[in-house]
Write a protein that binds this ligand. Structure first.
Ligand code: CMC
Length: 447
């Protein structure tokens, strides 16, 4: 196994970017404390509170981590106000337009764009690990036919740790860890396509290593055992773009989950499985499924978009416009911009007219000119149009979040690896206790 590049230099580079000369002053009663200020390479600023409790007895409270930096990372930069997203310094627009998913995976995990020899070797290694153990098929037989693909994916990825127990060692050498990573990248595409095949009750298709990563995935998903399959290059290009756009998004809910689970020295497969579970929720990756369900509901209800916008604004109505709003993007989501255009291109190339696309566009138009959405800075996010493309490619709605997970995999791996290489401590937030004070136990017969 080849170790592609050592990340030490990147980490050293990132560490050198901090300017620690300034401090912030905190006044608590009569005491003044000086807290170090950190600056990132893009000039983002943070107050370092690591020693705050030790020095003052206070903790900070930040429900939902709305303003808490959990790590220093050299992988992805995003500026929510300006709508900027970059992987390892490369703008998402350039990567989505010119790169492939495998190249982006390499970039995220190893820090630099690969040379031709490096990407060939990377692909060669992954191709040698696309088969999943035949015993894993027994799990598929055990899942009820209606079980959600995300539940299956999370279980199957976690179960890889039982097939590859060497991954349990938290002190794997870089070469051993590379093999664990390669196995996961190779097997994930096979697992995802098999989940789809099983949902149809169809026989699974084994990988063909003559194909590139994305073509192989589409071949296993849409191929038949009996005939030679032609995978439409339009599909391959669309799939590459979607996977690239989802490949990383710094410290979001699922990525933070992966890092925090991994911080207990838990193995890569189980950590990623936890990330898959976090992604499943409709406020996070599960929104792509919810968007299409919502658009269909609006269509079946007669297509009155204004009525649903009113519902979304009503505080007493739990309905939210799915695919709208984002914790960090407050101007526009650069991924949504690319996806909206891709959606038009792909549907026209495939000659598909999808009535929900018309509803989506109308909804976007109405919402974007509405004071509620403007004031709250709610814009369409990555999930708003992605489902329409997945549908056009032939995927059923329940598979959408699984495709998000396939795309996010290299990002999760890169973040998990960085967390290990930076030797981050176990993740363990504090709390403000608001429960009862000490009470004496009362035996049952006296209550
Ligand atoms: N429809 C209607 N109102 C909304 C929406 C929405 N989609 N999103 C937020 N708001 C309102 C919310 O009610 C709140 O109003 P108020 O200040 O009066 O209480 C305000 O906007 C701020 O919302 P928040 O929930 O406090 O913001 P957050 O940063 O905690 O949540 C979010 C972000 C993405 C969870 C939220 O916008 C949402 O639920 N969106 C719909 C689900 C969705 O599309 N999720 C996918 C996110 S992108 C994919 C990914 O990376 O996960």
């Amino acid at each position: 196994m080849v170790l592609y590049i050592c990340e030490e230099d990147l980490i050293k580079f990132a560490k050198n970017q901090f300017h620690m000369s300034e401090t912030a002053e905190l006044k608590l009663g009569k005491s003044i404390y000086h807290l170090p200020i950190l600056k990132g390479t893009e000039n983002e600023k943070a107050i370092d509170i690591e020693k705050l409790r030790e020095q003052t007895g206070f903790i900070t409270l930040d429900s939902g981590f709305k303003n808490t930096g959990a790590t220093k990372s050299a992988i992805t930069f995003l500026d929510g106000e300006k709508g900027i997203l970059k992987y390892r310094g490369y703008p998402i627009e350039q990567l989505a337009d010119q790169s492939t998913f495998l190249e982006v995976a390499y970039l995220l995990i190893y820090g630099n764009l690969p040379t031709k020899a490096q990407i060939d070797e990377f692909h060669h290694q992954i191709s040698r690990h696309t088969l999943v153990h035949e015993d894993m098929k027994k799990f598929f037989d055990g899942f009820p036919s209606k079980s959600h693909p995300m539940g299956q994916l999370s279980s199957l990825v976690c179960s890889l740790s039982s097939f590859y127990p060497e991954s349990l060692n938290p002190h794997q050498t870089p070469e051993e860890l590379d093999l664990t990573i390669i196995k996961l990248l190779g097997k994930m595409a096979t697992i995802v396509s098999w989940i789809y095949k099983k949902s149809l009750g169809h026989p699974v298709i084994y990988p063909q290593n003559k194909y590139d990563y994305v073509t192989n995935f589409l071949y296993m998903t849409f191929g038949q055992r009996t005939e030679e399959v032609h995978i439409d290059p339009v599909l391959v290009s669309a799939m590459n773009k979607l996977l690239i756009l989802h490949a990383d998004h710094e410290q979001n809910c699922s990525t933070s989950t992966v890092r925090i689970v991994g911080s207990s020295d838990c193995n890569l497969y189980a950590s990623i499985s936890a990330g898959i579970s976090a992604l499943w929720g409709p406020l996070h990756g599960g929104a792509n499924q919810s968007v299409i369900e919502m658009l269909e509901k609006i269509r079946n209800d007669g297509g009155d978009v204004d009525k649903w916008v009113l519902k979304a604004k009503d505080k007493n109505d739990p309905f939210r416009l799915m695919g709208f709003g984002h914790r960090v993007y407050k101007n526009f989501d650069p991924r949504a911009k690319i996806i909206k255009k891709a959606c038009d291109d792909i549907l026209s190339k495939l000659g598909i007219k999808d009535p929900v696309l018309e509803i989506a566009k109308k909804l976007e138009e109405v919402a974007l000119s509405d004071a509620y959405f403007i004031e709250k800075k709610l814009y369409p996010n990555v999930d708003f149009y992605s489902g329409i493309i997945y549908r056009a490619l032939g995927f059923p709605t329940e598979m959408f979040t699984v495709l998000f997970a396939l795309g996010r995999l290299p990002g999760w791996i890169a973040q998990w690896k960085e967390m290990r290489e930076q030797e981050e401590p176990i993740g363990r937030p504090r709390q403000i206790y608001i429960g009862e004070n000490t009470r004496d136990y009362i035996p049952m017969h006296k209550r």
